[in-house]
Ligand binder design. Sequence first.
Ligand SMILES: [Zn+2]
Length: 457
Amino acid sequence: MDLVIKGGMVVTAADSYQADLGIHNGQITHIGFGLTGRQTIDATGCLVFPGFVDAHVHFSLPVSGLVSTDDFRTGTIAAACGGTTTVIDFITPERGQSLLEAANLRRAAADGQAVVDYALHVTPVDAGPRTLREVASLASEGYTSLKLYTTYPAIMVDDAAMLHLLELAREHGMMPLVHTENHAAIEYLKARFLTEGKVEPHYHPLSRPPAVEAEAANRVIALARLIGCPLVIAHLTCRETLAVVEQAQQAGQPVYAEVTPNHLLLNDELYDLPDFEGAKFVLSPPLRDRSQQSILWQALARGTLTIVSTDHCPWTFSAQKQRGRNDFTQIPNGAPGIETRVPLLYSEGVGKGKLTLHRFVDACATAPARLYGLFPRKGTIAVGSDADLVIFDPQQEVTLSHTTLHQNVDYCPFEGWTVHGYPQTVIVRGQIVVQEGKFVGPAGWGQFLKRQPFSAV
Ligand SMILES: [Zn+2]
């Protein structure tokens, strides 16, 4: 064996047990006792988790003249340091651009740069004949998920296009992930606030209230029911949308939902911080009022909310966010989070009794791998799975700060928060990429992942 991890507590979505893990040629080949190999890591006192999967990140995302600040290199270094060994980003074409061309550009930006493994969701922005052909061809090449938007003029699709794309998704086993907000309602509310001179970040959440999210989710779930297609509701934030999802799930419809650490842990009082600091938290759907958080945690614990992703999309506070200084609608939407997801969910979730250890692993690793055609290669610890592993010290205390994190941005939404428990050593396909919290991996170690269609799960 190339590498043996000795003496740790192995934790999966289903089990925890003391064992050594043997790794050969990038895969887990042995689980047992007294294993020996060319290299040994002593994991005594540590938890050994499967490498975590962040199924919603935006590296180098262009939005109206600005580009999000983490690229595939810096963003995946930050991911690795935070215990994430697989990320799923997006192929988002310009309107009229070929999806295949957009896919090739994205691959060129990632290959040789990413240091953890990556996959790409396909974002069709229309349902014309060329798009339908190209989506089918991408599905056959292992791009087995779609991202669809009900808002943002550059990329949104209407209900007619949505129906065609959901039908295509069903035929080709592609899991649709849908951003659900009612576009007309947002435009109406934004225009009304601006006319009244209400330009501060305070009005960002008021322009996208829970009803806006729940209406679009309800509509998209109804369309998926018509077509007979499963779907994932992206970044669900509130009890109103949760009620819609829960009703569909109880009726037996395969509807899944994603939640972010931001919505679990932060609230809309932050928009009122002085000196425009509220802009740091302008993301969509927005942070909600404090009462929503315990509701989201409970839904995550029981599995109504299926997975935790970050929607990592950093913009600098000192420059890019300032664009909206006099008009909140011009603030680029998004916040960093790829590096802090796992420590925050462990510390605030498992540490505070809101999640079991197994549900934590499931929501952050196993369930996203299953939903998006990566299981059992990713998302678990089993013989034959990739040796993506996180050796996690449950005792280590870390105070989060943008000055020590690796995310390429000048702030952290959780600045000053102390987490209990942190990744020590992170392994991607048998290669140590993080040691004692420091990135030590080879450049460009990450591979593109061809994924299985959802019917194969
Ligand atoms: Zn997103």
